[in-house]
Design a protein around this ligand. Sequence first.
Ligand code: PEP
Ligand code: MN
Length: 381
Amino acid sequence: MGTLNPVLFSADSTISEPRILRKSVQPANVAPRPFLIAGPCSAETPVQFELTLNGLLPLAPDLIRAGIWKPRTRPNRFEGVGEEGLRWVREMTRERNLLLAIEVAQPSQAEAALKFGVDVVWIGARTTVNPFLVDELGKVLAGSPLPVMVKNPINPDLELWLGAVERLEALGLHEIALVHRGFSPFERSPYRNMPQWEIPIELRRRRPDLPMYCDPSHITGDARLVPEFAQIALDLCYDGWMLEVHHDPAHAWSDSDQQLTPAQLADTLNGLKFRKIDMDDPSEIIGLRELRQEVDYLDDELLNLLARRLELSHQLGELKKNFDLPILQPRRWEQILNTRTSAGQAIGLDASFLIKWLQLMHQESIRRQLEVYRPDSVKAL
Ligand code: PEP
Ligand code: MN
């Protein structure tokens, strides 16, 4: 492990200059890579934490994560070592020149984070959902230069996620990063939390200034899938990963299925494919420019078709109104859904994509027809 970048700790470092997040501080023997946050789901005992840290040291993580208070879904499970554990977690990371991040979910925990001099805090998925709590945490942290990572809320609500960031910013906290840990599925699902990549992608579009890290451990809930998701995060241009690592995952006191051993983390990092070419300069890739031109052309065609298609909806609305027919024709809608889904599948389109697209178009078609029926009252629909 190399020495820490002195810039991070200079006495006059200002709050508005990023001190820690996004600054991957890697020694010369580690290949350049995005920001790496690694560590156990929970700090359990000094021995467990020390063994895990020693396993991680050669991998030079940029930040160590450790859960001190654990927000468990059900009661009567291990709920964290609490403030006493924070003492040895802080000591052991400091002895090894490692930066430390912990989760804070209550004002008293944020106070403890400041008291023990942790380097970064994060707000967990169960806390981001609650604007009151986010405000309370922000008030405790305000005035400190502590960077804050904000995990996505449990439910797939981009505005709530962004709202939490804005609350912290309004209180003067400016070193903020986002952590995408997936969204709680309502139905049986292949992953512990559904990634719904479109949400972090849209949030990045709106706030390109905020680093976005991916947490494949909590998305997948399964250590065997973590390497694949770490690669997806790279391919989707995330700024780094938060990964749960435990020296003996099978005996972990929380999230035992999803934690990697330090050796598995090393294998994961070694197996990653880094995509280096700057996609904004396509001159380097033969054929890319042509393919993009074709995509542009087809998108243009699609837009024209869509406009024509929805113009027909408007005409249908006028016809139905003249003949006093109801707007919604359930049998016709059923038939459209079935015929288009099977026709689309027959030419290689994904069924769930087709259903989403048809529903969206139907919704817009109904809105347009309502506009014909009730021109003054449908603006808000
Ligand atoms: C955690 O990071 O251990 C954790 C509890 O995460 P989340 O808030 O994403 O569930
Ligand atoms: Mn966990």
